[in-house]
Design a protein around this ligand. Sequence first.
Ligand code: NAP
Length: 232
Amino acid sequence: MTTKTALVTGANKGIGLEIARQLRALGLHVLVGARDPLRGKEAATAIGAEFLQLDVTDPDSIAAAAGQVEVLDVLVNNAGILLERGALPSATPVAMLRETFEVNVLGVVAVTNAFLPALRRAPSARIVNLGSGLGSLAFTADPSHVYAQNPLLAYNSSKTALAAVTLSYANELRSTPIKVNLADPGYCATDLNFHSGPRTPTQGATAAVRLATLPDDGPTGAFHDEDGVVPW
Ligand SMILES: NC(=O)c1ccc[n+]([C@@H]2O[C@H](COP(=O)([O-])OP(=O)(O)OC[C@H]3O[C@@H](n4cnc5c(N)ncnc54)[C@H](OP(=O)(O)O)[C@@H]3O)[C@@H](O)[C@H]2O)c1
């Protein structure tokens, strides 16, 4: 059997590093996508993976990275940012939305499109995007839900857009062996939230790793956390 190859974006730390570590432990050849070579190489070496320079907002970086990968079995679009720092929706500059969408939404589209030829060359590829319960309209439309108390305009709307992006790709690729799903890691302690989350990055990686290694009869166009289905 040939070894499967996985690419995780933003894998030099946090949940991405844990996803990379767990995929490596399952025997995959793992590419640690990172924008900074020093941080990326250090993380890759620590888990026995390979570094791949990849800034998801830089078309040249994306093209150069895609040019180095002939066949890709797993793409995990993990790189993401949260810039609000407590700002309310009415006080959120439009520029903050633009910057957030650039990474959390447009970056995912650009990376997915660039690697799709390599994913199509794999026998049954998996694409996993990192969503969030904060992007679930079902949760945030319910005023009594804890996520309705966290109206992060740029971050939440970017993750809702990412949910739509995930479904668009799942529907386009439904007739192929490629499955496209959205993973919710839950609220994990990482640099993104100044380590305020109660969960560990290791726990946060669970849903993404499961979706990255789905069997051929697994779902596509699904939104899952560690316990199962998350409402859109
Ligand atoms: N933590 C949570 O509670 C939580 C909950 C739900 C969803 N998520 C999602 O999970 C994913 C990982 O988050 P995390 O909590 O692990 O955050 P994190 O520790 O801040 O890590 C984010 C990663 O994304 C990378 N990144 C940012 N901009 C990038 C770019 N332009 N190109 C390439 N890489 C870039 C960062 O690289 P640098 O080190 O170079 O900045 C870092 O490796 C994100 O999509 C996040 O929205 C997190």
